[in-house]
Design a protein around this ligand. Structure first.
Ligand code: NAD
Length: 336
C-alpha cells in the first residue's frame, strides 16, 4: 500500500522503516502535520498515517477522500482528533493502535508523579550547579496517601495496581465500567466528583469526550482536599487549565504533573527553543515551582514504538487484502 505518513519525526521513520521490512508498503514521510492545506500531500497514496495532533476533521477527511484516500491509520490510541461520523459517511476506514504499551504510559505516569513529589527535577538542576543544599527539597511519601484514578482501562489499570500493590496506597477509582480485578485488590469505585473530593493525588486516564472535558475544573478544585496533586498523561482537555492555575496560585493545588496540555497542538513535538511562545496560559503554568510538564512523551519507549509501527503496518496490510480489521474505529464509538 502507498502510505503518506504525516507529522513524521526521526523516530517514527526509524521504527516504521524497520517494521516495514516485513510488509513492503510504499511509505512517504512528511514532516508536515495533516490539515486542510497539507492534505494535498496525500495525492498518489492509498492511505495516510497520522498522530495525535494531526487534524482529521470533516474538511480534512473530505480533502483526503478527494485525493482517493480510503484508509487512515492512527499510530496512537486516542482518536478524539478524528470525526468518525464523517469518516464513515465518506467510506474511509480508520484504524488505530489501542494498546501498544500501556506499561509505557503507566510507568511514565508514576515516574512523573514521583519526580514532582520528591522534587527530583529541581534537585537535578541544583546538583548541576554544584548546589547540594537540601532546603526546599522536602517531599512526601506516597505510601499512606489516597490516590484517585479516573479511567481504569489499560493504562489506568496498571497505574491503580502500582499505587495499590506497589506503594500500598488507598486507591479510589472512577470508571463507567468498574474492573472486578481491581476491586479484588481493594480498589474502591466511586463517582468522579466524590473521588475528586477524597483523594490526595488524582491521575487522569479516561479518554477525552464531551462528558470528560474539564473533569478537573474550578468546582472540582474548590471541593478538593487542600494540596491536591493533579497528574495528567491522558489528554489535555480533561483539565480546565485556567482553573488549575487559579488553584495553584491560591495554593489549593499542591502540585501538577502533566504530559499533555489542552492547546498542545501549537507547541508539542517541535523544538521551539528559539521562538517566542504566544500561549500565556502555558507560560504561566511553567513558572510554578510545583509544576512539572513534559511534551507528550509518556508513550515514547522502544517497546511502544516497535508495537505501534508493527500494528499500524499490519492493519494497513489487512486493509489492502480486504481482510477483517479488528482495530477499526467506527462512528458507534463516538461518545454521545
Ligand atoms: P482504555 O480505553 O483502555 O481506558 C480508558 C478507560 O476510561 C476505560 O476503562 C473507559 O471505560 C474509561 N472511561 C470512559 N469514559 C469515562 C468517564 N466518563 N469517566 C471515567 N472513566 C471513563 O484507554 P487507555 O489505553 O488506558 O488510554 C487512556 C488514555 O491515555 C487515552 O485518553 C489515551 O489517549 C491516553 N494516552 C496518552 C498517551 C501519552 O503518551 N501521554 C499514550 C497513550 C494513551
Amino acid at each position: 500500500m502507498r502510505v503518506a505518513v504525516f507529522s513524521t519525526k526521526g523516530y517514527d521513520r526509524r521504527f516504521l522503516e524497520a517494521a516495514n521490512a516485513k510488509f513492503g508498503h510504499g511509505l512517504s514521510f512528511f514532516e508536515a502535520r495533516l490539515d486542510e492545506q497539507t492534505a494535498v500531500l496525500a495525492e498518489g497514496h492509498d492511505a495516510v498515517c497520522v498522530f495525535v495532533n494531526d487534524r482529521v476533521d470533516r474538511p480534512v477527511l473530505e480533502a483526503l477522500a478527494n485525493t482517493g484516500i480510503r484508509t487512515i491509520a492512527l499510530r496512537c490510541a486516542g482518536f478524539n482528533n478524528v470525526d468518525l461520523r464523517a469518516a464513515d459517511a465518506l467510506d474511509i476506514t480508520v484504524v488505530r493502535v489501542p494498546a501498544y504499551s500501556p506499561h509505557a504510559v503507566s510507568e511514565f505516569t508514576v515516574a512523573l508523579l514521583m519526580a514532582l513529589d520528591r522534587k527530583i527535577h529541581r534537585a537535578w538542576a541544583r546538583v548541576r550547579e554544584n548546589n547540594f543544599a537540601l532546603d526546599g527539597l522536602i517531599g512526601r511519601n506516597v505510601h499512606g496517601r489516597t490516590v484517585g484514578v479516573i479511567g481504569t482501562g489499560r493504562i489506568g489499570g496498571y497505574v491503580a495496581r502500582a499505587f495499590r500493590l506497589g506503594f500500598g496506597c488507598e486507591v479510589l477509582a472512577s470508571d463507567v465500567t468498574p474492573d472486578p480485578e481491581l476491586e479484588a485488590i481493594g480498589v474502591r469505585y466511586v463517582e468522579p466528583a466524590e473521588l475528586l473530593r477524597q483523594v490526595d493525588i488524582v491521575s487522569l486516564h479516561c479518554p477525552l469526550t464531551p462528558e470528560t472535558r474539564h473533569i478537573v475544573d474550578a468546582a472540582a478544585i474548590a471541593a478538593a482536599r487542600p494540596g491536591l496533586i493533579v497528574v495528567n498523561t491522558s489528554r489535555g482537555g480533561l483539565i480546565d487549565t485556567s482553573a488549575l492555575i487559579e488553584g495553584l496560585k491560591s495554593r489549593k493545588i499542591g502540585g501538577v504533573a502533566l504530559d499533555v496540555y489542552e492547546q498542545e497542538a501549537d507547541l508539542f513535538f517541535e523544538d521551539l527553543s528559539d521562538e517566542i511562545i504566544q500561549d500565556d496560559v502555558f507560560q504561566r503554568l511553567l513558572t510554578f515551582p510545583n509544576v512539572l510538564v513534559t511534551g507528550h512523551q509518556a508513550f515514547l519507549t522502544n517497546e511502544a514504538l516497535e508495537a505501534i509501527a508493527a500494528t499500524t503496518l499490519d492493519s494497513l496490510a489487512r486493509a489492502e487484502a480486504g481482510e477483517p480489521l479488528p482495530l477499526r474505529l467506527s462512528a458507534e464509538m463516538v461518545h454521545a
